[in-house]
Write a protein that binds this ligand. Structure first.
Ligand code: ZN
Length: 322
């Protein structure tokens, strides 16, 4: 279905394909892809994507913006991270057009990624985690791509800029990496609520990336104050893999005792796992010193579930700290 919402003389928005909207300016320019809903339980990115459709319509000066409001529809339909096939779309890119629902969605999204010049993939902690606001990128081997990613991440204006090992596959960012397309992802909050603060930050962040790419004029959009606190680049293998951190040694109900952004030291109380079947309470402590990058918000934990993660921040790896 093609839906025209604007007179033909201005930038028009059309529904290009299911959940995919394109806004094109008359003047040629960068092609930017904004993605929400790779994970079906991350709602702020979807709301930001919807709002951006309205905010950009008629205001784009140069190039094309494609907005994906829900990348994995069966995951969203069930309000869960993975599709109904049980697959995490952020592990199976570039997907398979003839495969299961998530594989086909990954193939459709990957096709979009390689047809664009820049990618912003928006996430949250979903139902499980609350994450410190960050804009991340892979430490791309091409210095020009890497520098553009740093600038896009800085433009997005969240407290943490985080560059990590470029080797993981299956991600939207790895599809972009292989095509030499500058790409960032953003994470913020999560935990079974919807935050209008996060929606607003994502809308402003995307608009700021559009300004950086000179696709919209600087005037008419309010410049936000600089919110960047940390810029960390860590090439350690799988350093950006959130689910792999601080695994619970116990089964029970998790009560967090720290919040994202807090500084903790090794051994500091992180939370408690209470087991109502055995009447036992197990203290959980920080396994290293650093910044609380994310913490579990979903109460029911099983042995081996992640309870959160700590980011090592020091003078060597933080450019912003003085
Ligand atoms: Zn996600």
């Amino acid at each position: 279905m093609i839906r025209q919402r604007q007179p033909a003389e201005g930038p028009i928005m059309k529904e290009q394909y299911k959940n995919i909207y394109t806004i094109s300016a008359l003047q040629k320019g960068p092609r930017l892809l904004l993605v929400a809903g790779v994970h079906g339980d991350e709602y702020e990115p979807m709301l930001a994507a919807m709002e951006l459709c309205g905010r950009l319509e008629g205001r784009l000066e140069k190039g094309t913006v494609t907005i994906v409001t829900v990348a994995n529809e069966t995951a969203y339909t069930h309000g869960q991270r993975t599709g109904t096939d049980g697959l995490d779309m952020a592990r199976i890119c570039p997907g398979n057009a003839a495969g299961s629902s998530s594989e086909a969605a990954a193939a459709a999204l990957s096709e979009q990624i390689v047809a664009h010049d820049y990618l912003v993939d928006m996430h949250t902690g979903g139902a499980l985690f609350d994450i410190y606001p960050l804009a991340g990128y892979l430490l791309h081997q091409d210095p020009a791509v890497l520098e553009t990613q740093r600038r896009m991440a800085a433009a997005f204006n969240l407290p943490l800029i985080w560059g990590t090992d470029a080797s993981p596959d299956g991600r939207t960012l790895s599809v972009a990496r292989d095509a030499g397309i500058p790409a960032i992802y953003v994470e913020y909050g999560g935990g079974n609520t919807v935050s209008t603060t996060i929606v607003a930050a994502y809308v402003e962040g995307c608009l700021s990336v559009l300004r950086y790419l000179q696709m919209i004029a600087a005037d008419g959009f309010e410049q936000q104050p600089d919110k960047i606190e940390y810029h960390v680049e860590d090439p350690a293998p799988d350093g950006g893999f959130l689910q792999g951190k601080m695994l619970s040694a116990f089964d029970g109900i998790f009560l967090p005792e720290v919040v994202p952004g807090q500084q903790v030291v090794t051994g500091q109380r992180w939370g408690t796992v209470a087991d109502p079947l055995t009447h036992r309470q197990y203290p959980v402590v920080a396994d290293r010193t650093g910044l609380v990058l994310f913490i579990r918000r979903s109460p029911r934990v099983k042995t081996g579930d992640s309870l959160g993660g700590i980011l090592n921040i020091n003078n060597d790896n933080n450019e912003r700290q003085s």
